[in-house]
Structure formats: C-alpha cells, structure tokens
Design a protein around this ligand. Structure first.
Ligand code: IPD
Ligand code: CA
Ligand code: CA
Ligand code: CA
Length: 268
C-alpha cells in the first residue's frame, strides 16, 4: 500500500546510514542517558532520516520519537511512533541484531507497523486488516499450545531500573516450565519474531511506546494476541507487554503477571 511504501522507504534509507556506522564503530560519539543506557550519533542520524522522509511524505502527521521527542502535527489523528535504532547496546558492541521500528497510530489506535533488520535484510510490515508480511511473504504466529514445547523471549532492564526482582521471579517460573528463554536485545525484533512464529511468545516489563508500537501491529496481524502484564491494554503506557500466538496467552500470563508472582511468593 502507499502507506507501507512510505514507511519501508524511510526505514531503508535510515538503514544505509546504520550499516555504514556499524562498520566504523570507533567514530561514533556515544553518550549516556542513564547508568547503562547509551545513545550514539548513529541513533540520532537514523532518526533524522526516518523523520525527514515521513514528514516529506505526510507533512501534517505528528511524531513521537525516542531521541528527539514529540512533534505535534496539524493532523492530530495521525502520529508516527519511531525507534530509529532498537538494540543500541548490540549495535555499539558490534552484535548484528538491531532494527528500525516505525508505527503509525491513527485515531489513537495502532494502525500500521514496519520493522527492518538491516543486517539480515528482513523487512516486516503490517497494516491493520491486511495481514503481516516478511519480505513480501505472509507470516503467522506459531501453532504451539504446550508450554513445555514453547520458546519465549524477554528483555533485561538497564542497570538502575528497579525491575530486577520481578524479572528474576518471572524467569524462574518460565524456565521451569518451557523449552527456553531468549534475550536478543531488540524488543521490536522480539515482537517481529513472535509474528513470524519463531518465538511462541514474548514478555517484557516496562518499555516505551517506540520499542513496541510497530511490533504490536505485526503480532496482531499475524494472528497473535498482545496485552500488558495485567492482561489489559496499557502496553503503550509502560504497563509491560505480553505477546503470544494467542493459544499460549493465558498460560504465559499466569506465569509472568506481577500479581500472580507476589501472591505466589507472599511478598509485596
Ligand atoms: C532497548 C531494546 C531492548 C530492551 C530495552 C530497550 P533501545 O531499546 O528494545 O531489547 O530490553 O528495554 O530500551 O534503547 O536499544 O532502543
Ligand atoms: Ca535507547
Ligand atoms: Ca528501543
Ligand atoms: Ca532506540
């Protein structure tokens, strides 16, 4: 569709810069946003390219971006949500697992999402009501229904973010009952992998809208189900995220929801 073409063109253009910078990591000016939360010139340059391309194509739309913040548009029903480089820690360590994530929110609902991994050249796209695609081929969530046979992903919060105890308890419960847990370091790709049926589910505590907005559209359009960690709809409000192939949703939610964990351990 014209909309997805605009989004994929912006991602591809920014990806060229990222690949160039990935080859010359010493040249990047890196600074800290928090104790282990880094940002580099690559993040900022990619964001400028994505925002510039999207604004050229749809001048009235608003933007929400990780690095530059918010731009209010004259068209208040459409807003881009952009993570120009998801997986900055991987990127800065030379680990080839990172992505560009672009979502469109329309009338306060997530409407379209594009996630691009420039190293593997995998382009994931989804627009509401039309399915999810990887490099032009339809993707669907997995069909697994048994926790013991299922593979999950999560994320580990940055140093200084007070979720470690919760995550350790969640891991303990998920490790004991499933085929395994992965932590690859890009929330956007974690969601894309759920959409592609590679992971059977993914959860993470906290997160910002730009980490997950595009991925949520992908998982839904691939037949999956997404909630926050209380089973509600607060994913973009920092209430955590749980994305599964739908069939495993209740089972995984029962393992990782904070209320179940505090009840099981008797602590508050
Ligand atoms: C991070 C990644 C990571 C997640 C972190 C995010 P960034 O985004 O998505 O997987 O665990 O919480 O902040 O900073 O690399 O764009
Ligand atoms: Ca970041
Ligand atoms: Ca991110
Ligand atoms: Ca980022």
């Amino acid at each position: 569709s014209p909309l997805l073409n605009v989004m994929t063109a912006a991602a591809l253009k920014a990806a060229k810069g990222l690949i160039r910078d990935f080859g010359e990591l010493e040249q990047l000016q890196v600074s800290k946003k928090g104790p282990a939360d880094y940002v580099s010139r690559a993040d900022r340059r990619a964001e400028e390219i994505v925002a510039g391309e999207l604004q050229r194509a749809r001048p009235a739309y608003g933007l929400l971006m990780e690095e530059a913040g918010t731009v209010v548009g004259s068209d208040t029903s459409n807003r881009w949500i952009i993570d120009p480089l998801d997986g900055t820690t991987n990127f800065l360590h030379g680990i080839p697992h990172f992505s560009i994530s672009i979502a469109l929110e329309r009338d306060s609902e997530l409407y379209a999402g594009v996630i691009y991994n420039p190293v593997s050249d995998e382009m994931y796209v989804a627009e509401r009501g039309t399915g999810a695609f990887l490099n032009g081929r339809r993707i669907r969530v997995s069909a697994r229904r048994k926790l013991q046979e299922s593979l999950f992903a999560t994320g580990i919060p940055f140093m200084g973010i007070p979720d470690h105890q919760l995550l350790l308890r969640q891991l303990e419960r998920v490790m004991a009952t499933t085929s395994g847990v992965r932590r690859y370091g890009s929330a956007a790709l974690d969601l894309a992998y759920v959409a592609a049926g590679r992971y059977d589910g993914y959860w993470e505590n906290g997160l910002n809208p730009w980490d997950i907005a595009a991925g949520i559209v992908l998982v839904r359009e691939a037949g999956g189900f997404v909630t926050d960690l209380a089973g509600g709809r607060g994913m973009l409000k920092g209430a955590g995220i749980l994305a599964t192939n739908t069939g495993l949703h209740e089972d995984l939610l029962a393992l990782v929801r904070p209320s179940a964990i505090t009840a099981a351990t008797g602590s508050s």
